[in-house]
Design a protein around this ligand. Structure first.
Ligand code: URP
Ligand code: ZN
Ligand code: ZN
Length: 468
């Protein structure tokens, strides 16, 4: 099997040139002008961008959470990802209390194998860390290709761990060469605020945001960066929602610390004002950290441009608004009378490139190189996937998107591939969309038609992080 992509404008995080690309079996083997090679598949990319496939390093497929499970599994979620130009995800296995990391990894491999349509890696969420388990962290990094651990300062009783556990995990990770990912919100204070608000009869979805102030995110971000500095480990702050938290990362980076941050489309495009009225429709936008006031958005856009934040992922964690969609149970409706029972999470894996291209390149004049850096190259480097993924180079996987800047696309739940009954960006028309999506050399999407195969995605053992 071979594929040739002709006359496209190839964009990496650093380069911008017109050439042909030959992919043989699964790997890019030649890049050059007027390639004469014969190939099984020929794609004319004249007038289009040819970019490395998007990498979304923060998704939750089939995650048991909030009294239900996220509505996309590895099959539906990765088809949706591919539709929008994402050809690799890094999802989260959960070491829940009483289970080992090995058991958690096996559970997530069972959920994904034979289902995923694009390649994927796994992080490990830790919910406890007895001393005897520290060597298992080393085994994850050294043997299993699970080279990052996520810990939480939020969700008491579910995921939250104390500072000593965080520090212990950080110290071990400093030694084994992994990366620490942190969900940074002050869970103890938030829990108190939630209880008080409910007791005061404030139960509508918008109160979710009021109970999780930006200062609670700022404080925890500051704290976990300080802990990482003590432990001498790189730290990646996930889903940065507020400029206050972002500024903690900027300050740390200005001091030369290996601190990194991602934000997500929901914090760039959605605003608290969209659901401040208290109607149950606001459940669509419930995620943690919460969606902030509109004035916050521009700070995050500027931080992405200035490299104060290094990546954009989605934190894709969909839950349906109505019971019965595609046979799914009650999800957001679990919190009809009490916002604290609404499962936290929003869909997004399908529209990340659409939204970032529109918001960054079209509306704010970013270079295509910066776009590629944020949606593909930096995530690949941070998560130990580079240069196998995240670039277009001889030897890299044939994970490629032929991006058509003329192809207007209207985002809608009526046409999206995500298994969820709403889209937070419903009705928004964006100015570019994939014409072709290739996973390891095979075309899996042609425009909006899936031509791939369930289960063709492979689990990728990741290496060590490496970024700037
Ligand atoms: O609301 C969110 N973010 N749900 C997914 C779990 C997490 O904290 O990432
Ligand atoms: Zn989180
Ligand atoms: Zn998440």
């Amino acid at each position: 099997m071979s594929t040739i992509i002709k006359n496209g404008r190839i964009i990496t995080s650093e380069q911008d040139y017109v050439a042909d690309i030959l992919i043989e079996k699964e790997t890019i083997t030649t890049i050059g002008s007027n390639l004469k090679a014969q190939a099984t598949t020929m794609i004319d990319a004249t007038g289009k961008y040819v970019i490395p496939g998007g990498i979304d390093v923060h998704t939750h497929m089939d995650l048991p959470f909030g009294g239900t499970s996220s509505s996309d599994d590895f099959a539906t979620g990765t088809v949706a990802a591919a539709h929008g130009g994402t050809t690799c995800i890094v999802d989260f296995a959960v070491q829940s209390k009483g289970t080992t990391m090995r058991q958690a990894l096996d559970t997530w491999l069972r959920k994904s194998e034979g289902k995923a349509c694009v390649d994927y890696g796994l992080h490990m969420i830790l919910t406890e860390l007895p001393d005897g388990w520290l060597s298992e962290m080393d085994a994850m990094v050294k043997h299993e290709g699970v080279t990052s651990f996520k810990l939480f300062t939020a969700y008491p009783g579910v995921f939250m761990v104390d500072d000593a556990t965080i520090y212990k995990a950080m110290k071990r990770t400093a030694d084994n060469g992994g990366l620490i990912c942190m969900h940074a919100e002050n869970g103890g204070v938030i829990d108190l605020l939630v209880k008080r608000m409910i007791a005061d009869g404030k139960k509508t979805p918008n109160v979710h945001a009021l109970s999780r102030p930006a200062a609670a995110e700022q404080e925890a971000t500051h704290r976990v960066i300080a802990l990482s500095e003590m432990a001498g480990v790189p730290v990646y702050i996930v889903h940065v929602s507020s400029h206050l938290a972002m500024e903690q990362i900027r300050e740390a980076r200005d001091r030369g610390l290996p601190a990194y941050g991602e934000t997500c489309p929901q914090y760039l495009f959605l605003a608290y004002e969209d659901y401040a009225d208290g109607s149950f429709d606001g459940a669509k936008y419930i995620c943690s950290p919460p969606i902030r006031e509109r004035a916050n958005q521009e700070f995050l856009w500027k931080a992405l441009k200035a490299d104060d934040l290094q990546a954009v992922s989605t934190d894709h964690c969909p839950f349906c608004m109505k019971e019965g969609f595609k046979g799914l149970p009650k999800q957001k409706e679990l919190g009809e009378d009490d916002f604290s029972k609404i499962p936290n999470g929003v869909p997004g894996v399908e529209n990340r490139l659409h939204l970032l291209y529109e918001g960054g390149v079209v509306r704010r004049g970013w270079s295509m190189n910066r776009f590629v850096q944020l949606v593909s190259t930096a995530p690949a480097k941070l998560m130990g996937l580079f240069p196998r993924k995240g670039t277009i180079a001889v030897g890299s996987d044939g994970d490629i998107v032929v991006w058509d800047p003329q192809r207007r696309y209207t985002i809608s739940a009526t046409t999206h591939f995500m298994r969820v009954d709403y889209n937070p960006y419903e009705g928004m028309t964006v100015s570019g969309s994939p014409a072709y999506v290739l996973s390891r050399g095979r075309v899996i999407f042609e425009a909006d038609k899936f031509v791939g195969a369930e289960g063709s995605g492979h689990f990728v053992k990741r290496g060590q992080y490496n970024l700037i």
